[in-house]
Write a protein that binds this ligand. Structure first.
Ligand code: ADP
Length: 256
């Protein structure tokens, strides 16, 4: 759970990093374009051309450093699949989720009493739960309820996933819900309706990416003033689950 908190802080940092990098990259491109324009205009003056070419070269070099940073980040995002029980992770995370939701929002867990293991990355599942809880909290400024439930669902003929058994984790909130445009675009990277500095628009995109990577699916049901339910389907496995350590999160200075 502690790791999930760190991961979610990392994601927040990553969001800021990406936003910052995009901005820097745009500046760099501006400098390169500017240098070429000046070279074109002063083609008659070799010393000027030399000077502008130098500036352009330096800007292009900065751009190349920036993309190297982005590449390093994307390589750090690899996942480790193992047979695991979703309910165990959610139970271990419940304290942290309650603190995240605050005193005005109730957390209800309806976990499958005879759970089936899935192939997934426990850290990714923790991050997902934390991110979805943060979204639920943001959608319930006046309080409400978040219900997390798990159940086995046999799926057949679904367009995006293979036939078979899946564990469905449903995150249902009683919040503001989404209008049609938001619902359609919610999983797009960088799509956010939150103020600058609060939302990165990467939460659902990241969840979608990691769930698709393990052969699962994400479905969202939402309507204005009708709350939101995010359903995550993870493929079941016959392999016995690997035990997950149930350490208590150590969070200091939290009054909630
Ligand atoms: P962020 O939370 O940084 O905005 P997300 O990708 O997690 O990024 O969410 C994208 C958008 O989807 C949010 O800005 C919000 O408009 C909408 N959204 C996500 N979860 C919920 C929810 N539980 N209730 C209402 N709207 C939501």
């Amino acid at each position: 759970a502690q790791e999930a908190l760190l991961q979610s802080q990392k994601m927040e940092a990553v969001g800021q990093l990406v936003a910052g990098l995009s901005h820097d990259f745009n500046n760099v491109l501006g400098a390169v374009v500017g240098a070429f324009e000046l070279i074109q205009r002063r083609a008659d003056a070799p010393d000027k051309v030399q000077h502008f070419a130098e500036a352009g070269l330096q800007a292009a070099q900065r751009g190349s450093n920036l993309t190297a940073q982005l590449l390093a980040f994307s390589r750090s995002q690899h996942i480790q699949l193992q047979p695991m029980l979703v309910g165990t992770v959610i139970t271990a995370l419940a304290d942290l989720l309650r603190r995240t939701l605050g005193p005005m929002i109730a957390l209800e867990l309806h976990l499958d009493p005879s759970p089936v293991p899935v192939m997934a990355d426990p850290t990714q599942v923790e991050m997902m739960a934390l991110n979805l809880a943060i979204n639920a909290r943001d959608a319930m400024p006046d309080g409400g309820r978040l219900t997390i439930s798990t159940a086995v669902r046999p799926i057949s003929g679904a367009p995006e996933i293979a036939d078979g058994d899946y564990v469905e984790i449903a995150f249902a909130d009683t919040g503001t819900g989404m209008d049609e445009v938001t619902l359609r675009r919610a999983m797009e990277p960088f799509f956010t309706t939150k103020p600058v500095g609060k939302g990165t628009g990467l939460g659902l995109a990241q969840i979608y990416g990691s769930v698709r990577q393990v052969g699962g699916a994400v479905r969202i049901e939402s309507g204005v003033a009708q709350g939101t339910t995010v359903r995550v389907l993870l493929p079941c496995t016959d392999r016995p689950p690997v035990a997950i350590e149930q350490s208590e999160p150590e969070i200091s200075g939290d009054s909630g």
